[in-house]
Design a protein around this ligand. Structure first.
Ligand SMILES: [Zn+2]
Ligand SMILES: [Zn+2]
Length: 537
């Protein structure tokens, strides 16, 4: 209990050390404490937020005047709490409504920071990621909170008490374990761990402000705002659908809607204003919370494949089969994703990225010209009529709210089963292009495919938005982000995009016969053989 009551002051600044407010490390020699923020080194090794799980030899006590840190042995519970606490404070943009994916965010982060968290003496056990899923479920509803019970998100987790630091949670847990043992020794009835833990929190933590339970209200309202948007009425309907209740119905081109399949699709996606929140489920993954562990293997496979599955510039036609495959999503989720104005913290480089890469007000793509003509024709009797101003084309980094739309485009234009959620791990190497909230293009690099090389995995521009420099700028941007590294790409041998790559200096290294065998649909004319091209740096 003493960690909660004992009054200690920082050896360096002489101010109070307080749990959850201003935590510190204790020197193993002089037994005095030092604030994390007062460490001469600037931060603990690894820089994890709230990480006090080191034993310290302070500057004065150390023989060479250098602070010395030794990692304590951490339990999986401590590690997961630490990682969620760090992500929640340092990479909030990665979360989906405040929740993090146990594999794509938590396990990935641990894997990347393994030496810091466990030291290099500890080796990964075969099923270590399964342990993460198991630990999350075991402590669910009092230390961790599953996304399912709150916002219908499976495999997503957060901390029940977001303001309690990893040190506080870990101390409360050990107090609880001791009390539980004492009760057992006295042969008294022991209540559930969850009840014991909650009671212990209230006896230990005197400051009730810190005991706020996670609430997703704030974050959910952000998403709701997205759903009241206005682009649906014209830009998105390229040639497939006629929206209901459109105010601009008079300027709509008259699309054919006679096909049965189309009619069915219209009715199933009629609710344009549906809350997006209910439609964020990944396409081909009807997961249930209980089987997160068994799903691990399945997900493993998708992630590995994604790194291999590559296809640049597929300019394929949309087929109805592909559209109907997506009918489970609202049209809205399929097409849109806005830009949040705040900076995005990259989990890869740990630097803040600007919300916009570029804002282009000049370019006038074919689709917008077409729409302008339709509007003018529709209003030709109105002498006062002026075209409404057109919006800019915005280039931005990938953000969580883009993922459903991008996955859906990939499933439609490339092949089924693509999930680009992983790109949120390295947003530095992405470029997403929006007109208002319509996604019109995107491009992704996979960083570090080997020491000197980044790989261009997907690049796409919507039909009718092509040939006006969008892909060119995306490639240019990605080249800028991988200074000092080669960029490689596979491109189908009869794909005209090769010329664009060559303009940037890419050189054909070899030909890979049958590269697209598994992926291209038989109705696509592109060659299944690919050039492997490299831009040398
Ligand atoms: Zn201090
Ligand atoms: Zn000391």
């Amino acid at each position: 209990m003493e960690v909660f009551t004992e009054e200690k002051c920082c050896k360096y600044c002489e101010e109070k050390i307080e749990i959850c407010i201003s935590e510190g490390l204790e020197c193993t020699e002089c037994r005095k404490q030092v604030h994390l923020k007062c460490l001469k080194r600037g931060s603990v090794p690894g820089g994890l937020y709230g990480d006090v799980f080191f034993s310290l030899t302070c500057q004065e006590c150390s023989t060479d005047e250098m602070e010395l840190f030794t990692r304590m042995k951490l339990s999986w519970l401590q590690v997961i709490v630490l990682v969620l606490f760090h992500l929640q404070n340092k990479s909030p943009g990665l979360a989906r409504k405040g929740f993090f994916h146990w594999r794509h965010h938590v396990a990935k982060f641990i894997d990347k920071n393994w030496e810091i968290i466990f030291t290099s003496d500890v080796k990964r056990k075969k099923k270590w990621t399964g342990t993460i899923a198991g630990t999350l479920s075991h402590f669910s509803n009092y230390i961790f909170l599953s996304g399912t019970s709150v916002v219908n998100e499976t495999a997503f987790w957060t901390l029940m008490y977001p303001k309690l630091t990893p040190f506080a949670i870990s101390s409360i847990y050990s107090v609880m374990a001791v009390e539980k043992q004492q009760l057992k020794n006295k042969k008294e009835k022991v209540s559930s761990d969850a009840d014991l833990f909650n009671n212990t929190i209230f006896t230990c933590m005197k400051n009730v402000d810190l005991l706020q339970i996670f609430s997703s209200v704030q974050i959910v309202s952000d998403v709701k705002e997205d759903s009241n948007n206005t682009i649906i009425d014209m830009e998105c309907n390229q040639k497939d659908l006629k929206p209901k209740n459109s105010k601009r119905i008079s300027v709509q081109p008259q699309f054919e809607t006679s096909s049965k399949k189309m009619m069915k699709l219209v009715s199933s996606t009629a609710a344009f204003s549906n809350d997006l929140a209910t439609n964020f489920k990944p396409l081909d993954q009807p997961e249930k919370t209980d089987d997160i562990i068994s799903n691990a293997t399945k997900e493993d496979i998708t992630v590995k494949e994604f790194v291999k599955l590559l296809d640049p510039f597929c300019h394929y036609n949309t087929s109805l089969n592909n559209i109907s495959r997506m009918k489970g999503l609202t049209l809205h989720a399929k097409l849109t994703g806005g830009i949040r104005p705040e900076l995005i913290l990259s989990p890869y480089s740990e630097i803040y990225l600007k919300p916009y890469i570029r804002r282009d007000t000049e370019t006038f793509p074919v689709w917008l010209k077409l729409m302008a003509e339709v509007q003018l024709a529709g209003n030709k009797n109105d002498k006062q009529y002026h075209l409404p101003p057109r919006g800019p084309i915005d280039y931005t980094y990938i953000q969580p709210q883009h993922i459903p739309a991008i996955n859906s485009i990939c499933n439609q234009f490339f092949w089924p089963g693509i999930d680009l959620t992983e790109t949120l791990q390295y947003p530095d190497f992405s470029c997403v292009v929006l007109y208002k909230r319509l996604i019109i293009g995107f491009a992704f690099l996979v960083p570090d495919v080997n020491y000197t090389e980044n790989y261009l995995s997907f690049i796409f521009t919507r039909p009718y938005w092509r040939n006006c420099g969008i892909a060119k700028f995306m490639i240019y941007h990605l080249i800028q982000t991988s200074l000092g590294r080669d960029i490689t790409v596979h491109v189908s041998i009869n794909n005209p995009a090769l010329l664009l790559y060559q303009k940037f200096g890419f050189k054909v290294e070899n030909v890979v016969l049958g590269f697209y065998d598994k992926y291209l649909r038989s109705d696509v004319n592109d060659s299944k053989d690919a050039f492997f091209c490299r831009l040398e740096r």
